[in-house]
Design a protein around this ligand. Structure first.
Ligand code: ADP
Ligand code: MG
Length: 689
């Protein structure tokens, strides 16, 4: 089978459009997505008709605007193409108005107070840049139209519209900088993103017996496994046949949807895997990542697996992230984070590199907040995950270049070195410009930055909106400094170098090439004035509730005040709700699964005069006390007014008690008869390797 032959078969892509549209309509459509020319009604009418014809050929009966509300999921509301002629004859029709705009009843989507239920109108509008696609069903298919979602007042209610705004702002800023540098300005500059997606697979049988996994996505109890990931024998191990069949299922489905899957492998923990695509323009990469998560879930279920996208399904084992590879490119194929082939290109690269470092320096708080969720909190700072201190890794070669630059010296990167392995007939290997540093939350990896703190379950929209907007501001700052330097009578290169030196002096506190997991770095980071926002409520508060932190988003016009407040409210509320659901689920497990086992075990121990008897009884009593305490705190939570206070209470009071309940329960699990303990244990759930 050739992937190239099925790739994108379920998408209304350029090839189909060229075939189905007149030359003129196709040309005008391209002008809209490439040059931003407004789409006229007649063009839209032609496209709607062709789209419908193509959808019908592909067995679609319905269409839907497919959008990304602030829940973090995708949303769809299907309508049939079916209409009736005057004479009552049924016919399939699809109008431009239906393609371009939809009005789902939006009252039940989170709006963070942007709208009240009686002014619930929300509109979806077609995003012509992201190809329409077909989702197959058992009997018939559905045409999906990627869309943005906003309110009656034009406020953004989704993750896509703000992402698009941020990319536009960044494009303008990059062009401005290139202009000031006297470099050629290309027609289009865009962000490229490729998200490495990690996940766990466990057997569906085990999953069914763990209500905590079903309701919260993570195990709320469970004694540590005996083997776990200790032998590191799963990482890059040969893929078991049933897992490989699952991966092929997923990839084939995604190829047909035009999602360019590239890499698959076993991850560090048993049962943990990764799938990574070829990078694409960020707006499309974000859509494709959603499709990827959807297909992973669907195909796992179909093959007797359960898919866990939670950032920390198993305590003490590696969490799952979504390494967000991020770079900038133009229509001529230039990658602005590639060191280039000559002095000019290297200088341009340095400008973008230093501007990025400066963007992180200025907005480390918002960058941290952009990945703050209740579930990701368990991962950041844990096994193999970056800490909640945001810093940038550039590697030793570039660090030297930057150190020189700071003191006004321009050194070029030495040509790539060759690694000598001492094997005569094995091809020579070229050394990368950077080694890998797994501990850094933002790492430069040769020709792109890798933002590793993004959670596995998170959509790409918000973190990239923040990166793009921060970078846009920073590029403008650099342009401003270069202009100032230009006023002296230096030549162009000198003024750029002087500007870079100035900027580096401001921002290089955020560069760190050592081990970010170490205690030493925590202390060092504090000295450098970097924040260490460990929990979601404080991270969100520090970012969203501080005029100084929000200014860059407001000034860029990426988020207005209403939109910012709405996002804050939604995120804080979601945090509190998730922790509350976890606490209630934990108590349910204790009552329905754990306690019956303990009662039976206690009875058995009565007849034995073993030392464990006292310790067991004590642990049971401790568990009872902590569970009662937790239950009391949950009652207390009901009386607290306001999302922010609830979230803080969840963090300060509920989570610590959940931890105590778990400690007793995990001790008791290890001491309880296998036949009595109903929940599948860690060793069982992680037995696939
Ligand atoms: P690494 O092994 O260093 O992480 P890979 O080449 O395997 O690098 O790429 C990992 C991910 O980074 C892939 O999803 C890939 O698409 C993405 N990626 C590569 N180049 C770029 C780029 N220029 N912009 C954005 N993402 C990129
Ligand atoms: Mg990588």
């Amino acid at each position: 089978m050739k992937i190239s032959e099925i790739f994108g078969n379920l998408t209304f892509n350029d090839r189909v459009m060229r075939e189905k549209l007149s030359f003129e309509v196709f040309r005008r459509f391209r002008a809209t997505i490439e040059q931003g020319e407004p789409m006229t009604r007649d063009v839209a009418e032609c496209i709607a008709h062709a789209l419908k014809e193509w959808a019908l050929e592909n067995n679609a009966t319905h269409y839907t605007h497919w959008f990304h509300p602030l829940t973090g999921q995708t949303a769809e509301k299907h309508d049939a193409f079916l209409q009736f002629h005057g004479d009552g004859e049924p016919i399939e029709r699809f109008f431009a108005s239906e393609l371009m705009q939809g009005e789902p009843d939006a009252s039940s989507f989170p709006s963070g107070g942007t709208r009240t239920t009686f002014e619930a109108r929300g509109y979806t509008a077609w995003d012509p840049k992201s190809p329409c696609f077909i989702i197959e069903g058992d009997l018939a298919n559905t045409l999906c139209i990627p869309s943005v979602f906003f309110s009656y007042n034009g406020d953004s209610l989704d993750k896509k519209s703000t992402l698009i705004r941020s990319a536009m702002v960044l494009e303008d800023a990059a062009k401005e900088l290139l202009g000031v540098m006297d470099y050629p300005v290309p027609e289009r500059i865009f962000v490229t993103a490729g998200a490495e997606q990690e996940y766990y697979l466990i057997s569906r049988e085990d999953y069914r017996q763990r209500e905590d996994l079903a309701l919260t996505g993570r195990t709320l109890l469970g004694a540590p496994p005996i083997r776990g990931q200790k032998l590191s024998d799963h990482y890059f191990g040969s893929i078991l046949p049933d897992v490989k069949a699952f991966m092929e299922d997923v990839e084939l489905a995604l190829y047909r949807l035009g999602v360019p899957c590239k890499t698959r492998h076993n991850e560090v923990a048993p049962g943990q895997y990764e799938i990574a695509p070829v990078f694409e323009e960020v707006n499309i990469a974000a859509d494709h990542n959603q499709l990827m998560m959807m297909m992973l879930k669907q195909k796992a279920a179909a093959r007797g697996f359960a898919l866990l996208l939670h950032e920390k399904p198993f305590q003490g084992l590696n969490g799952s992230g979504k390494h967000n590879n991020w770079s900038m490119a133009d229509n001529a194929g230039t990658n602005y984070f590639s060191p280039g082939r000559n002095r000019e290109e290297f200088l341009r690269f340095l400008c973008f590199l230093v501007a990025f470092i400066n963007a992180v320096h200025r907005h480390e708080v918002f960058i941290r907040a952009s990945v703050a969720t209740a579930s990701n909190d368990h991962r950041l700072g844990g096994h193999e995950a970056p800490p909640s201190i945001i810093s940038v890794f550039v590697g030793s070669a570039l660090e030297q270049v930057l150190t020189d630059l700071k003191s006004g010296n321009f050194t070029e990167l030495n040509g790539l070195e060759v690694i000598r392995a001492g094997l005569k007939y094995v091809p020579q290997i070229e050394k990368d410009n950077t080694d890998r540093n797994r501990t850094s939350p933002v790492a430069f990896t040769g020709n792109k930055f890798e933002f590793r703190a993004v959670g596995s379950a998170q959509p790409l929209g918000f973190p990239n909106t923040i990166l793009n907007t921060a970078m846009a501001e920073s590029l403008r700052e650099l342009a401003g400094i270069i202009q100032k330097e230009n006023n002296g009578k230096q030549n162009r290169e000198e003024s750029i170098l002087a500007a870079l030196s100035t900027l580096l002096q401001r921002c290089d506190r955020v560069v760190f090439n050592g081990n970010c997991y170490s205690r030493k770095w925590q202390m060092e980071a504090e000295k450098r004035g970097l924040s260490n926002l460990k929990a979601t409520p404080e991270a969100l508060r520090a970012a969203f509730q501080n005029e100084k932190e929000t200014a860059f988003l407001l000034e860029a016009g990426v988020l207005n005040r209403t939109e910012l407040n709405a996002r804050y409210e939604i995120k804080v509320e979601e945090y509190a709700k998730r922790v509350e659901i976890e606490a209630r689920t934990l108590l349910k497990l204790i009552r329905k699964d754990v306690r019956p086992a303990l009662a039976a075990q206690l009875k058995e121990l009565e007849f034995l005069n073993w030392g464990i008897r006292t310790r067991y009884r004590e642990a049971v009593e401790q568990l009872e006390r902590d569970s009662t305490g937790l239950s009391g705190e949950l009652d207390g939570l009901q009386g607290i007014d306001g999302n922010e206070k609830q979230a803080q209470f969840c963090y300060g009071s509920i989570l610590p008690l959940m931890k105590k309940v778990r400690e007793s329960s995990d001790f008791l699990e290890e001491e309880t008869d296998r036949k009595l303990w109903r929940l599948p244990d860690y060793d069982q759930m992680l037995s696939r390797r």
